[in-house]
Design a protein around this ligand. Structure first.
Ligand code: CUA
Length: 343
């Protein structure tokens, strides 16, 4: 049990901002609640039955008073709205840079996967003072990823990615909860976030490195082979071959499908005139529901891979495509190197 403290621990960059907003809002609410309750009590006593006060109720209006109180309260509430909206947008808009970690919710545990190939259950290791971006999905029902000390919470949904980011400001261990009732053992779906010094974190990454990470992956290997692949991108590269993606999505851009090199994070022109950003969600959707967003200039001939590929494999494909920066990266060894450099 932690030592008692009146205020909750603040361990991320947004925590102080959320708290400041919360305290000011609470203070304002208290001020007006006490003001109104105080006046109710005051008038209740002053005009109680039998009190000899003037009850003739002469009417005087002051336009200036009415305008000024309406205007000042409107301005005050707009300030609170603007402030709250700003904090909200900061919390839920993903920063462009940062390290990526993949989270999968499942009845009743959290599975965490690192680009370098490590996997963990109910524990998330991160370095301090570094932006961490989470890509999250559920394998069954709705869960919610909640780290109170970071003041972050977001639903983890089946069938679609949600994202969340944070930057821890203090080393230590923090509670991780599921904050959405998800079945019998919902209350047991808890874990911890371990925030470490960067050097310690690197040491941890090295120590937990999956076996055989330096090996070059054979080009043709049966799907679901016994050998556990190394980094997520390496595994993704393997799926890219095994599922036959590479026969259409030729790296140099001469294939039946568009080249995926350098695609990630870019804008994509669609056949219907829309422009979308090629993010995690776009990649996932394009694999499972290829007809939904057809890239301009390409025929709608890609078959769906829904039912053939699971969330775990999808995440590794996403990580592979995220790391395809140059045409040569289509070559496995290059992709591996790129992935290995991701912290
Ligand atoms: Cu998962 Cu509640």
């Amino acid at each position: 049990m932690d030592e008692f403290s009146l205020f909750p621990q603040q361990a991320s960059t947004v925590a102080t901002k959320v708290d400041m907003l919360f305290y000011v809002l609470t203070g304002l609410s208290l001020f007006f609640a006490l003001l109104i309750a105080g006046l109710v009590v005051y008038f209740g006593i002053k005009y109680r039955r039998g009190a000899g006060v003037d009850r003739s109720g002469p009417v005087h209006t002051s336009l200036r008073l009415e305008v000024s109180w309406i205007a000042s309260l409107t301005v005050l509430s707009m300030i609170m709205f603007g402030w709250g909206a700003r904090v909200y947008v900061e919390m839920y808009q993903m920063p462009r840079d940062g390290m990526n970690i993949y989270v999968m919710g499942q009845q009743w545990m959290w599975q965490v996967q690192y680009p370098t190939g490590q996997r963990e259950i109910n524990t998330l290791h991160v370095p301090v003072h570094q932006v961490v971006r989470l890509t999250m999905v559920s394998e069954d029902v709705i869960h919610s990823f909640y780290v109170p000390a970071f003041r972050i919470k977001r639903d983890v949904l089946p069938g679609r990615y949600t994202t969340l980011w944070f930057e821890a400001t203090q080393t230590g261990e923090y509670h991780l909860f599921c904050a959405e009732y998800c079945g019998t053992q919902h209350s047991g779906m808890v874990g911890k976030v371990v925030v470490m010094e960067p050097s310690q974190y690197q040491a941890w990454l090295q120590a937990t490195r999956p076996a055989g990470q330096s090996e070059v992956i054979p080009q043709h290997q049966g799907a679901g082979g016994e050998q556990q692949p190394q980094t997520m991108a390496q595994a993704g590269a393997q799926f890219f071959q095994n599922f036959g993606c590479s026969s259409c999505h030729v790296m140099q851009g001469q294939g039946t499908g568009p080249s995926l090199v350098g695609l990630f994070g870019k804008q994509v022109q669609l056949e219907n005139g829309d422009v979308v950003v090629a993010d995690e969600q776009y990649i996932r959707r394009s694999i499972l529901d290829p007809q939904a967003q057809i890239v301009k200039g390409y025929p709608p001939i890609m078959p769906t891979f829904a039912g053939q590929i699971n969330e775990d494999e999808l995440m590794r494909l996403v990580e592979y495509i995220r790391n395809l920066h140059t045409a040569e990266a289509g070559d496995n060894t290059r992709a591996n190197n790129a992935a290995n450099q991701t912290p």
